[in-house]
Design a protein around this ligand. Structure first.
Ligand code: PLP
Length: 358
């Protein structure tokens, strides 16, 4: 089977096999890795190796901390304003889709948040550069944006043009292609797409932003400075998810790193979009300039066929193609773990379905 789900864990088959093989007796320790104390030498080595592999993959500069936290993407929707709003308490949020909107709504509980909504203008802008009638606030503590909108199937590869720190929700695109970490103040990502199981949350933060918070009453498990001081072990971390993330990072290195992943992901996405664009039966409404490599929503010519499509796809071994409830239709999430053969199998199924129902 091929699983086109958007989470809560899309692990490469090789990683699943390795985890299964060493599940009960990890490296001859006589117990599972998840039963080891997080402060044991053995687990500390797993944790440190995972961080080093991530640093290698993303070329993370030394003056950035890597934090392994709890709480997922939405946890960060709260943690970011709690930690980064300073005395002025102002931040700009670029709203390009559902997730950036949700982030802005949560942040508004904590500060003076300005939402700059580009949702109606994506086709015209094709970028995260703000339209000329907006000026990004030069006094803002940060500008928040979401480069890959998982629900809407939009992906922006340029960055907002500003001197203030950029904060990006990379939950559904991290590790799918190289990025220049030094351009960002903070990057966060829920693990469940390209990293590991849900719950685990990565934060990559420039050190000078760690002590910015005006609000000193940050819940301890959301506190970046405290988390950094304790090497992400202030409380019991999600150790099994951390270990699995480490296996995924090693797998990514074996695949040739992020340049190789970018080629692989581009090939998969282009093949699927090309097929959809040539077909009169399926359509994708996203402007080609900002189509996501990771999440491909598509509609059938007749909505009445949606349930049948999902059911027949499942019988053919193609899982979880039902679209997000906000968008409808279908959605194929094709994260790093999805092989090209999975995309080919989907296209072959779509052709058959069109032939019999079109
Ligand atoms: N941000 C993005 C871009 C997402 O795709 C998601 C979930 O899919 C979230 C945030 C929310 O993540 P979580 O469910 O871990 O809170």
């Amino acid at each position: 089977t091929y699983n086109f789900c958007a989470g809560p864990a899309m692990l490469p088959a090789e990683v699943m096999q390795q985890a299964q093989a060493e599940f009960i007796n990890w490296q001859q320790h006589g117990c599972s890795v998840m039963e080891l104390s997080h402060r044991s030498k053995a687990f500390m080595a797993v944790a440190e190796q995972a961080e080093q592999d991530l640093r290698d993959l993303l070329c993370i500069p030394d003056h950035y901390k890597v934090l392994f936290m709890h709480g997922g993407g939405r946890g960060q929707f709260s943690a970011v304003p709690l930690n980064l709003l300073s005395q002025t308490g102002e931040a700009d949020y670029l709203v390009s889709g559902s997730w950036s909107q949700a982030a802005a709504e949560e942040a508004a509980k904590f500060g003076r948040i300005r939402s700059l909504d580009i949702r109606q203008r994506v086709g015209e802008l094709r970028s995260l550069q703000h339209p000329s009638e907006w000026a990004l606030n030069p006094k803002a503590d940060y500008v928040h944006f979401c480069p890959n909108e998982t629900v809407d199937g939009l992906e922006f590869t340029d960055l907002p043009d500003t001197e203030v720190p950029l904060v990006a929700d990379l939950s559904s695109t991290i590790l799918s292609r190289p990025i220049d970490v030094s351009r960002f103040g903070l990057i966060y990502a829920g693990a469940q797409k390209n990293i590991g199981p849900s719950g685990l949350t990565l934060v990559i933060v420039r050190e000078d932003l760690l002590e910015r918070a005006a609000n000193k009453a940050i819940p301890a498990i959301m506190d970046y400075a405290l988390t950094a001081k304790n090497d992400s072990m202030f409380n019991t971390p999600p150790t099994f998810a951390w270990y699995l993330a480490g296996l995924v990072f090693q797998w990514l290195k074996q695949q040739g790193g992020l340049d190789a992943m970018a080629k692989h992901n581009q090939t998969k996405a282009e093949r699927l979009y090309q097929y959809i664009d040539r077909s009169a039966f399926y359509r994708n409404d996203v402007d080609p300039a900002v189509r996501s490599w990771m999440n491909v929503p598509f509609m059938l010519a007749d909505d009445a066929l949606n349930d049948r499509f999902v059911k027949e796809a499942e019988v053919a071994g193609l899982l979880a193609l039902k679209g997000h409830r906000l968008v409808g239709g279908m959605r194929a999430s094709i994260y790093n773990a999805m092989p090209l053969a999975g995309v080919d199998a989907l296209i072959a199924f779509m052709q058959d379905f069109e032939r019999s129902h079109g």
